[in-house]
Design a protein around this ligand. Sequence first.
Ligand SMILES: NC(=O)c1ccc[n+]([C@@H]2O[C@H](COP(=O)([O-])OP(=O)(O)OC[C@H]3O[C@@H](n4cnc5c(N)ncnc54)[C@H](OP(=O)(O)O)[C@@H]3O)[C@@H](O)[C@H]2O)c1
Length: 290
Amino acid sequence: MKNIVLLGCNGQLGKEIQTLVPTGYQLLPYSRADIDVCDAGQLAKICDDQAALVINASAYTAVDQAESEPANAYAANANAVELIGQLCAKTGARLIHVSTDFVFDGEHSQPYQPTDTPNPQSVYGASKLQGEEHLAAITGLEYHIIRTSWVHSANGNNFVKTMLRLFQQRDTLSVVSDQLGSPTWAHNLAEVIWAFVQQAPEKGIYHYADAGVISWYDFAVAIQQESIAAGWPDNQTLISPIPATSYPTPATRPAYSALNCQTTEQALNISRQPWRDALRCMLLELKAQQ
Ligand SMILES: NC(=O)c1ccc[n+]([C@@H]2O[C@H](COP(=O)([O-])OP(=O)(O)OC[C@H]3O[C@@H](n4cnc5c(N)ncnc54)[C@H](OP(=O)(O)O)[C@@H]3O)[C@@H](O)[C@H]2O)c1
C-alpha cells in the first residue's frame, strides 16, 4: 500500500481526487484546517507520513481578489509550493502539482504547448508561474506540473453553478464572448492525476483540459440548454454576447488560453472527453445531489 498525501482536499479538485482512489493506494487527505500550506511548521508534518507521493490541490484561487492581496496569493501559490517541493525532495516523495492556463498572456490563436513561454497578465497567474519555477529549480525533485483551465464540478463554486443561479434570478444575462478556453470537469482532471500517479511519465510540465475550445458565452448557452434537458426549470433568460471590455474585472484574463494536451494524451495513453459531454455528466451529478 502506497501512502499519498493530498493537500487542499476540500477544494473542487481535492474532493474529486478523494472519490477516485485506485486500489493499492492509501490517501491521506488534508484540508486547510488540518494543514495550512502557508505554515511551514504545519506543512513539515507531511514528512511523517512516509508518502510515496504528494498531490498539491491547494491554491489561492480568488483571481480578482489576488490583485488587491498579492502577498496572500504568492504565499500559497509560490512560497508554499517551493516548500512543498523541498519537503518532497528531502523525503524522496514525487510531487504532482496543479497550475493554470492563466500563466499565458492569451496572444496565441492555437492551443498553448507546455513548452510555450508563459507571460501572466494577473497576480494570480504570476504567483502560479512562480510556484512552477520554484519546483523546476529544486534539485532531485520528481515532479509533474499539470496546467488546467476553467474547472467546474458539482462540489464547489464555479461558472456553471453561478450561471444556474443567475438563470433563476435574471431575465437577461450578458456574457463575455471574446475570451476563449476549455472547460474542464474536475472529475476528469482527477482521473488524469491518478493516471499520473500510476504511470509516472517523465517529469515536467503537462497540460490537461477537456476537449474543445469555446467562449464563456458559448459555455453559458450550453449550460442553459443542458441544464433544462437535465431537469432544471425551463428559464427564459436571454443570454447576450458582450466583449470583455464591457465587463471589466480587477484581474486581466487571457483572451485565448486553450491548452494543447497532446503530450499528456500520449504519455498516459488517454483521450479527452469533449467539454459538452463532461458538462452533461457534471449537471447529472449535481441534479442527483438536489
Ligand atoms: N478553478 C479553476 O477554474 C482553475 C483553473 C485553472 C487552474 N486551477 C488550479 O487547479 C487547482 C485546483 O483548483 P480548484 O478549482 O479545486 O480550487 P478551489 O476549489 O478554490 O480549491 C482550492 C483549495 O485550496 C485550499 N487552500 C487555499 N489556501 C490554502 C492554504 N493556505 N493551506 C491549505 N489549503 C489551502 C482551499 O481551502 P479553503 O476551502 O479553506 O479555502 C481549497 O480547499 C489549483 O491549483 C488552481 O490554481 C483552477
